[in-house]
Design a protein around this ligand. Structure first.
Ligand code: ADP
Length: 402
């Protein structure tokens, strides 16, 4: 059977098609600038092992429906298409950012589920409406398929209350649902499962470190998230590409009061102008790495601050887990940036971490174990694959409801 995965953003749609049960990726693509006369589609078909055929289109796409219709045309084109009919797709797995407290697991989409996702628009105003739009369009274009929602927050619903509550008046939790939710759950869950399998220990105490444009860490034991660094929204915790991470709320009060910032300006500041961009002038670690090599002091400070925050959370989550079996680096920065890994693991002998610097510099696909001989805990790099995890969870749900 075929499983189609959709990640629908405000003006973009990422997609990937898998053959099941082989877990074989068949094609993937990205529709961008939806709503413009010069929208683009990049559609890649994986022919065999490594050979691929890529198509790039520039065309007017008025909305998500027009975008996905064009994708269906590419999927079913004869010759060159990967399916003959949209009805060949058994399930569409949708990435949905916020599942609130209602969704602790992947869920078949029903009218009630859609209503709950709409209720959650207030908690994720930038993401859930776009995810929802993707669901509505897919329901039309893949009418025979089961629609499945995979929530970024669901994996973290196992956090104990003392970890997910803020020390605010109880009514703000009970009436307004203000608490820590956490994000990137699909990625943390995927790499944690891979790590536990590698360690041959289903009860392994793991710290998963997702470093992409957004960054978060999670403490995972027995496949359950016990804590995570993002919170009510995706701003807390680690330093990110353009987001500040942890910040004393007094700073916000100072910005909003004496400095005269509006709420919109504060939001733009914390979401788009801070993090590595604010510290070092770029949100791409490759640029900052080059600046560092050229002797730029701001780049050096930015790297140190970025790594220092990771070290803090490794310490915190070792306490949460009462020990540590492995840390796992993943996503764009975690998989590629050897310097970040080296700085994050430096002087961490007390926590059982000793990096093999030579292995850290080597590049190879798949899981890598970078632990040195004196390391009591493993230091792993595991490429994340959120699309595959969404497809797996969708397939499991289909089997359970067959
Ligand atoms: P997203 O969170 O959008 O899924 P990714 O996981 O793709 O992001 O990570 C994107 C980030 O990864 C980029 O901003 C870039 O800083 C970083 N990155 C990608 N390749 C490298 C590399 N070779 N070295 C260092 N950083 C890299």
């Amino acid at each position: 059977m075929n499983i189609f995965v959709i990640n629908s953003g405000s003006s973009s749609i990422k997609y990937q098609l898998f053959r099941w049960p082989a877990e074989q990726p068949v094609c993937s693509g990205l529709v961008e600038r939806i709503g413009s006369d010069e929208a683009t589609i990049r559609h890649t078909v994986f022919e065999q092992e490594s050979a691929t055929a890529e198509q790039r289109l520039v065309l007017p796409l008025s909305d998500h429906e027009a975008g996905l219709r064009e994708v269906v045309r590419l999927l079913t084109a004869q010759p060159g298409g990967v399916i003959r009919d949209p009805a060949e797709i058994a399930a569409v797995g949708h990435r949905v950012v916020h599942g609130g407290e209602a969704f602790a697991a992947t869920t078949l989409i029903t009218a009630e589920v859609k209503a709950e996702i709409r209720r959650l628009f207030a908690l994720a105003p930038l993401h859930n409406p776009a995810n929802y739009l993707g669901i509505e369009v897919a329901e039309q274009l893949f009418a025979q398929a089961r629609q499945v929602a995979v929530f970024d927050t669901a994996f973290h619903q196992t956090m104990p209350e003392y970890a997910f509550r803020y020390a605010l008046p109880t009514a703000l939790y009970e009436k307004q649902r203000i608490r820590k939710y956490g994000f990137h759950g699909t990625s943390h869950q995927y790499v944690a499962a891979q790590a536990a399998a590698y360690l041959q220990n289903p009860d392994a105490r793991l710290i998963t470190i997702h470093l992409g444009n957004g960054c978060s860490m999670a403490a995972v034991r027995g496949g359950q998230s016990l804590d995570t660094s993002m919170g009510f929204g995706p701003l807390s915790g680690l330093v990110m590409g353009t987001r500040s991470g942890d910040l004393d709320p007094s700073v916000l009060l100072h910005l909003l009061g004496p400095l005269g910032y509006s709420a919109e300006q504060v939001s733009a500041l914390l979401n788009k102008e801070s993090g590595m961009l604010g510290l070092a002038g770029s949100n791409d670690m490759r640029d900052i790495g080059q600046a560092l090599a050229a002797g730029d002091a701001r780049a050096a400070l930015a790297y140190d601050l970025y790594a220092y925050r990771i070290r803090h959370y490794i310490g915190a989550y070792t306490a949460t887990l009462n020990g540590l079996d492995a840390i796992v680096f993943t996503a764009g920065v975690g998989e590629n940036d050897a310097l970040v890994r080296a700085k994050a693991c430096a002087r961490m002998e007390f926590f059982g971490l000793q990096l093999d610097e030579e292995k850290n510099q080597q590049r190879s696909p798949g899981l890598r174990d970078l632990s040195g001989p004196a390391s009591r805990a493993r230091i792993l790099v595991i490429p994340t694959n959120e699309e595959l995890e969404i497809a797996r969870q969708s397939a499991e749900l289909l089997t359970a409801h067959a």
